[in-house]
Design a protein around this ligand. Structure first.
Ligand SMILES: NC(=O)c1ccc[n+]([C@@H]2O[C@H](COP(=O)([O-])OP(=O)(O)OC[C@H]3O[C@@H](n4cnc5c(N)ncnc54)[C@H](OP(=O)(O)O)[C@@H]3O)[C@@H](O)[C@H]2O)c1
Length: 265
């Protein structure tokens, strides 16, 4: 499909590009003219997504890496800067899910999820910042979750990693103020991706998953319009829920129970 090319000349790295939100975001940037580097662990999936984009005439480059391992995350960023001479936008859309409730969890499960969902983005971001701060421009996009603002009774590694990523994003935005490097925090509700395929959600408007392409559109829009935050979908209802939860955690918890916002896992 012909697009506007509004990200032409941009070098964009998407981590978590083999599936879901990351895949949709990488495809959207590539189709808008960006030189897009797709990263995740599954080399075969990255190759076939990049190949499909290239066959449509867009620029897409697979670079497999496991970003829970610091050396691999840093090698990815180094390769991008050496190959393309710059890095304009980094999208951290990496995510795994643990399966046990907090009362049944093994600390090792929590550590594993933290390494991927929190330290993966931290390793990529800190390395990318060296290049971005040198150039005095760039955008870091961190895909957290509404669950990085209010826990929804899901497994502890996932919830804690999302709260940690929200804190990291909030801190970064403030520390980077005035440097030319911007930060976008992305806080989706349920999104129709493999990550939540085992979750049994109630049939209600509040928990209806949206397509990952809708999140990708919001991410590109936020980057283009200098937005600090994306809450999607239903930002007004979510903000009311979050405000009530801040005023009274018990009221927030009541909403989670009353509308079964967690579903069953
Ligand atoms: N789906 C939802 O309802 C929802 C809601 C709110 C927020 N989110 C957030 O959105 C982000 C993307 O999730 P998604 O829903 O799109 O899930 P997804 O379809 O399962 O995608 C997750 C991506 O992360 C990659 N990944 C996992 N571990 C990795 C590692 N160690 N190194 C590099 N890449 C790794 C996966 O690829 P490989 O397996 O090939 O490595 C995959 O590309 C996550 O941060 C998630 O928390 C999702």
């Amino acid at each position: 499909m012909a697009r506007s090319g509004r990200f032409k000349e941009y070098v964009v790295v998407v981590v978590g590009a083999s599936s879901g939100i990351g895949k949709a975001t990488a495809e959207a940037f590539s189709r808008e003219g960006a030189r897009t580097i797709l990263s995740a662990r599954s080399a075969d999936k990255l190759e076939s997504i990049a190949k499909a984009l290239r066959s449509e005439g867009f620029e897409a480059y697979p670079f497999p890496s496991d970003v829970s391992i610091r050396q691999q995350a840093e090698r990815l960023i180094d390769w991008v800067v050496q190959t393309f001479g710059t890095l304009d936008i980094l999208v951290n859309s990496v995510g795994i899910y643990d399966i046990r409730k907090v009362t049944e969890a093994d600390p090792a499960d929590i550590e594993e999820v933290m390494r991927t969902n929190f330290f993966g983005p931290v390793y990529c971001t800190l390395k990318a910042l060296k290049e971005m701060l040198k150039k005095g421009k760039g955008v870091i996009v961190n895909v957290s979750s509404i669950e990085g603002k209010k826990a929804l009774k899901h497994p502890p590694g996932y919830v804690c990693s999302k709260f940690a990523l929200t804190g990291f994003t909030d801190l970064l935005r403030q520390e980077l103020y005035g440097t030319g490097v911007r930060v976008v925090g992305v806080y989706p509700g349920y999104v129709n991706t493999p990550l939540i395929e085992k979750l049994r959600l109630p049939d209600s408007k509040a928990t209806k998953p949206i397509p990952p392409e809708q999140v990708a559109v919001a991410i590109l829009d936020a980057v283009e319009k200098n937005k600090a935050e994306v809450i999607i979908p239903n930002p007004t209802s979510v903000k009311v829920f979050l405000t009530l939860s801040t005023l009274s955690p018990n009221i927030g918890d009541w909403f989670v129970r009353r509308y079964n916002l967690s579903g069953e896992f």
